[in-house]
Design a protein around this ligand. Structure first.
Ligand SMILES: Cc1ncc(COP(=O)(O)O)c(C=O)c1O
Length: 355
């Protein structure tokens, strides 16, 4: 019989989990794909060679198009297949490498981003693999799912109070100040045009290769910074201007109001990634054909219906986009619509009743 030995003093216990926890994140990877026992070809398609050669980052993008199980006029672009489970992985890696290429970020320099959503984990992952210390400023109300990604990937979380955008401690202002004080670069997905350029260079060409010659009439996605849909639209419109690009916005949100030249009003949307209190510098309405508003409750019930009745799991902003896609196909039998699945349902189970 083997005898179990337990140290007298619990602090003497050096468990495996303690060892792991004490290890610093791997910030200087030397990736040599040929060193693996599998023969892996570096992927093509991402606009930066550093992504193609990294075994983790190369999993970003190249997401599948899946036919909608019930509505044969709709196909779904499954951005949830990215490593941190949303389209923002393209943004995290693309912004860090883009800023390096422009000489605005040095190798090894710290990066800061403001996000209470999917960008948080995406930037933390890219920073981890590309060797940048990383801080994410999050609102204090941020879901532990989102902060979990950040901490798990070895980045620092700084918490800001949940105050309005005109307050000094608004999380985006805190991030800017924090970066200035720490000689770090504030990525700023809201104001940097690089946000939409990443999607122009990467997501647009990838999607076009998948749909060319298939008679697609519409592409529908949710809008917040507007970087994703604008970048995709700018690329697609250059080649096939007849394809209509349609954004889903929240009901009480300023993107649709500004798109239709109405007065700015109150922003009150609970769904992550749906709408904004302003139209950011990353948006370009010239390439967007229509913006439709979807209420929080309709977005949620659409996401629940797609999961329960069609086995199609999606997050809540994707529920809003899918609602718009469904309405387009109901208006015209000849339409063929790509609906973006920005992220998965699993990040929202805890906040949706009966999920
Ligand atoms: C879940 C989700 N859907 C849609 C969007 C909208 O993407 P973008 O900011 O590129 O407009 C976001 C971005 O915040 C998001 O996190």
């Amino acid at each position: 019989m083997t005898e179990k030995t337990t140290p007298d003093d619990p602090s003497d216990r050096n468990t495996i989990s303690d060892d792991i926890r004490n290890e610093p994140p791997n910030l200087d990877p030397e990736d040599d794909l040929s060193a693996t026992f599998l023969s892996i070809e570096p992927s093509e398609g991402a606009p930066f060679s550093e992504i193609n050669n990294d075994p983790i980052l190369r999993e970003i993008g190249d997401t599948p198009l899946v036919p909608h199980p019930e509505n044969e006029q709709i196909v779904c672009k499954m951005e949830r297949q990215n490593p941190t489970l949303s389209h923002k992985d393209r943004l995290g890696a693309g912004m860090i490498l883009g800023l390096r290429q422009k000489g605005e970020l040095e190798e090894g320099q710290a990066v800061v981003e403001a996000s209470s959503g999917n960008t948080a984990g995406a930037v933390a992952l890219a920073a981890n693999r590309l060797g940048h210390p990383c801080t994410i400023v999050m609102r204090e109300t941020t879901s532990p799912v989102k902060s979990g990604f950040v901490r798990a990937l070895g980045a620092e979380v700084v918490t800001a109070p949940d105050v309005d955008h005109d307050h000094d401690f608004y999380y985006q202002k805190v991030a800017e100040t924090y970066a200035e004080e720490h000689d770090a670069v504030y990525l700023n997905q809201y104001e940097r045009e690089l946000n939409r350029h990443v999607h122009y260079e990467w997501t647009g060409p990838e999607l076009y290769e998948q749909i060319k010659g298939e008679g697609v009439t519409h592409i529908v996605g949710a809008m917040s910074t507007c970087g994703f849909l604008t970048g995709v639209a700018e690329y697609i419109k250059e080649i096939e201007p007849s394809i209509k690009i349609v954004g889903a916005d929240g009901e009480e949100s300023n993107i649709s109001r500004m798109f239709y030249g109405e007065e700015e009003g109150n922003y009150d949307v609970d769904i992550e990634g749906l709408g904004q209190w302003r139209v950011t510098e990353t948006a370009n309405f010239d390439v967007i054909d229509d913006v439709r508003s979807v209420s929080d409750s309709i977005a949620v019930s659409r996401a629940k219906h797609e999961a329960a009745d069609n086995g199609l799991l999606m997050g809540l902003s994707s529920g809003a986009a899918m609602e718009v896609a469904q309405s387009i196909t109901q208006e015209d039998d000849d339409t063929k619509v790509v609906s973006i699945i920005h992220d998965g349902a699993e990040q929202y189970f805890h906040e949706v009743e009966d999920w």
